[in-house]
Design a protein around this ligand. Structure first.
Ligand code: ADP
Length: 434
């Protein structure tokens, strides 16, 4: 630019030289501004042109910037891929996960959380979670400062007939952010409720005969009874202690059934042998119920047992069949009829016992095999029922690959069936696989 002053000096002396130099600086500044502007437009274009359209130092600078930007783009793509992988992993979680910002607005949630809490994973982004989950327990939990333990709320799919229980817990992370985890604990809650009911039922069942027993003990200790009265009281006490023994025996059977592997196919249980034992027990029970001077008795018919063998556990099968038969005897009034038989049908072999007892209303049928579920509580107790017989039979049937079927009509009587798969039923003494 100093050179630009020389012709100015020559033409106009010192002033000319200064004007010429100023002019040169202005022109240079304009060119520079134009180049910077062109460079800036090149940089801010949506996609960089691969080959910068100029030469020299500008080209060198552009290429460097281009390389740096490409590196950053690659890095961003790697980070983006990693983020997507993380989100996919969280998406696959069986639990619900919600990421909340510092204002408790939903930044992201997986499909499980959306289903649990009735959210829309896309539309509900950046919405305040407490405005969407309208459960007072949740709102209270959210507003408290301590989230060390979880809260249990009703799930979105709860209805009048079935309830879904969700565990929710907040975990703080980052700067003011938090993670809301949801877990479906319906099965756990149900198991816990069943356990509580079971313990309460067992305690109740044991307490009743115990109370009676201790009452009799006190009477024997305090009252001067004659021999006959003493014998009567002792008989009544024997009945109560038998009741407790039966209950404990059934409880042990149930716990054995639950805690052991299903029976194999190696043991043959001969049907005629099994059934003759069960038949004589049934007749003994029936005459016990009729009493010594009964004018009416039950008619008990056992069809001749086929010459089959059942493959499975003898004690379990005996207990399952005799529970059904003894129920028929216990619930059928004197003068009624009980008919027991085995037959084969397509791919099953079936034991059925039909009685002319009171029958069972349809609403009770699905619950009959629940532990301690009784339709006729007093009849069950009077006849020494534990309330566990059908639960045991159903368990045994399932462990042998079969099922318990019940058909009944009030006032007409009932038929209880133990249905076993044909593979469990062979011709007696046929060789069986180990
Ligand atoms: P329980 O020891 O009380 O008989 P179960 O589990 O064997 O217990 O049976 C459950 C309930 O089913 C009984 O209390 C009774 O109300 C009903 N039940 C079972 N068998 C019969 C039957 N043959 N006829 C009518 N009701 C029956």
């Amino acid at each position: 630019m100093g050179l630009a002053g020389l012709p100015g000096w020559y033409v106009g002396g010192a002033l000319g030289a200064a004007v010429a130099a100023l002019l040169a600086v202005c022109i240079y500044a304009l060119v520079l501004a134009w180049r910077v502007d062109r460079f800036d437009r090149w940089l801010s274009a949506p996609s960089l042109r691969l080959d910068p359209p100029w030469q020299g130092v500008w080209r060198e600078m552009s290429l460097r910037v281009q390389r740096m930007l490409k590196q950053q783009e690659k890095l961003a793509a790697v980070h983006e891929k990693r983020l997507q992988d993380f989100l996919l992993a969280i998406q696959a979680s069986p639990n619900g996960v919600i990421l909340l910002d510092g204002e408790a607005r939903i930044e992201w949630c997986n499909d499980t959380a959306a289903a649990h809490l009735g959210l829309d994973a896309v539309k509900d982004r950046m919405q305040h979670v407490v405005h969407l989950v309208r459960d007072p327990v949740f709102a209270r939990y959210f507003s408290q400062s301590d989230h060390a333990s979880e809260a249990v709320i009703e799930g979105r799919s709860s209805s009048a007939v079935s309830s879904q229980k969700l565990s929710v817990q907040l975990h703080a992370y980052g700067e003011g952010r938090s993670l809301l985890l949801t877990r479906d604990i319906t099965a756990v809650a149900q198991a816990e409720a069943m356990r509580r009911d079971f313990v309460a039922n067992v305690s109740h069942e044991i307490r009743t005969p115990l109370t009676v027993l201790s009452g009799f003990v006190e009477t024997l200790q305090t009252l001067p009874l004659d021999q006959q009265e003493r014998i009567r009281y002792l008989d009544l006490m024997a009945v109560q202690s038998q009741r407790m023994q039966d209950l404990v025996a059934d409880l042990l059977t149930l716990s054995q059934l639950e805690g052991s592997l299903p029976p194999g196919m190696s043991q043959q249980v001969l049907l005629p042998e099994l059934m003759s034992q069960i038949e004589s027990d049934a007749r003994a029970l029936s005459s016990l119920m009729a009493g010594l001077d009964a004018t009416q008795t039950q008619e008990i018919i056992f069809d001749p047992s086929p010459d089959w063998a059942l493959l499975g556990s003898r004690s379990e099968l005996q207990s399952a069949v005799s529970n059904l038969v003894s129920n028929a005897v216990r619930y059928t009034p004197l003068g009624g009829k009980i008919h027991a038989r085995w037959w084969r049908q397509s791919d099953s072999c079936i034991f059925a016992v039909t009685d002319t007892g009171p029958g069972i209303a349809p609403e009770h049928l699905p619950r009959l095999s629940e532990r301690f579920y009784r339709v006729d509580r007093s009849r069950s107790r009077e006849t020494g029922g534990t309330g566990l017989g059908l639960a045991i039979t159903k368990h045994v049937a399932q462990r042998h690959g079969g099922e318990l079927r019940i058909e009944s009509q009030v006032g007409q009587g009932s038929t209880f069936m133990l249905v076993l798969p044909m593979s469990r039923c062979v011709v007696a003494n046929a060789p069986v696989e180990a």
